[in-house]
Write a protein that binds this ligand. Structure first.
Ligand code: NDP
Length: 330
């Protein structure tokens, strides 16, 4: 089997030399374990954000979809499709019976009604649950309200904007290229989108949201979030999902002062980790699959092929090369 091991502390953007591909012999499985052949691997921003929580060297963690090839856990027989969190490997042994925390849990791939199984690590996986619960439960959007999403062309952001449209909101997105902006407006039905690298965020919002912003789904943090919060209405709601603008920042990120806006406008800001709703993920998966099947939701993927290219896909995602969910076909 092969796996990626992280050898060094990342400085800024992770380097190829920070990883090593290790080949090793898998032992026979024990009671409560399954042997999984990995078919899809997910690269996500938290692989970078959580890096410093791990002691070196460590096996690169992450979500995957695979097929059970050997089993000593009757819940996952040979041939079952599973979603697990073992990471960047082509074959792996998972102790499915004794999950100690949220990340070590394994579950059966949801019924995708014929859609691509890669969605199990995307729109019908952890990122889908993030968009669904993080937006609906924390922003509590009402029809007619104005919603702003940053990281709008990514895995989570593109779903949030479309869910907001399904709920009858007006949606404004910020993303990092003109092509992404075009896709959001022309294919996903965003009412307005902007390239945050080239516009003045405050004037863009003043023109696109003349009545102010009611909900903000924050994927990026940093200065743009302060600028957006300053354009919010009284009793606005902010769902703080991610702060990717700081993950590779070796210096302390600077922030403009936003507390006066939070007080004056009586805004509710709440951060979350999607594992909070783990026991209800299947509810989100059912709704998301239904919306994809009936054409209300597009689940675009940015597919890279080959085990040896996982590193490139990861770095590409951190630098904005992906439109939609970044996945690797093993
Ligand atoms: P994406 O598919 O959105 O990929 C990351 C994107 O971030 C890139 O495509 C890039 O797009 C954008 N980006 C990179 N650097 C910057 C920067 N400096 N400023 C602004 N945007 C930048 O990833 P996900 O949808 O998987 O994740 C989105 C966010 O949600 C992340 O912050 C992630 O950590 C968070 N998250 C949080 C969860 C939770 O439980 N709280 C669960 C899952 C995700 P662009 O071209 O637009 O710059």
């Amino acid at each position: 089997a092969r796996k990626y091991v992280v050898k060094n502390r990342f400085q800024g953007i992770p380097k190829r030399d920070d990883f090593e591909i290790v080949e090793y012999e898998l032992p026979p499985i024990k009671n409560g374990e399954i042997l999984v052949k990995v078919e899809w691997v997910s690269v996500d921003p938290y692989l970078r954000a959580y890096h410093s929580n791990y002691t070196l060297p460590y096996d690169q963690f992450g979500y995957q979809v695979g097929i059970v090839e050997d089993s000593k856990d009757p819940r996952y027989p040979v041939g079952a499709k599973v979603v697990a969190h073992k990471g960047w490997c082509d074959y792996c042994i998972i102790n499915s019976a004794n999950a100690t925390d949220f990340f070590s849990k394994v579950y059966k791939l949801p019924n995708l009604k014929g859609l691509s199984q890669s969605l199990g690590v995307g729109a019908v996986g952890m990122p889908g649950a993030t968009a669904y619960f993080g937006f609906l439960n924390l922003c509590k959007p009402k029809a007619g309200e104005t919603v702003v999403v940053t990281g709008a062309a990514g895995a989570v952001g593109s779903l949030v904007g479309q869910i907001a449209k399904i709920k009858g909101c007006r949606v404004i997105g910020f993303a990092g290229s003109d092509d992404k902006v075009k896709w959001l407006e022309q294919d996903l039905g965003f009412d307005k989108a902007f390239n945050y690298k080239t516009v003045d965020v405050t004037s863009a919002l003043k023109s696109a949201a003349p009545n102010g912003v009611d909900c903000y789904f924050d994927n990026v943090g940093g200065e743009i979030s302060s600028l957006i919060i300053n354009q919010m209405n009284d009793f606005g709601r902010v769902s703080v999902c991610g702060s990717i603008s700081s993950y590779n920042d070796v210096n302390n990120p600077t922030a403009t002062i936003l507390q006066p806006a939070l007080i004056g406008k009586q805004i509710r800001v709440e951060g979350f980790i999607v594992g909070r709703w783990y026991d209800n993920w299947s509810e989100a998966f059912g709704e998301l699959t239904k919306w994809i099947k009936n054409g209300q939701l597009k689940a675009r993927e940015h597919v890279t092929e080959g085990f040896e290219n996982i590193y490139d896909a990861f770095i590409g995602m951190l630098q904005g090369e992906n439109v939609g969910k970044a996945v690797i076909k093993i």
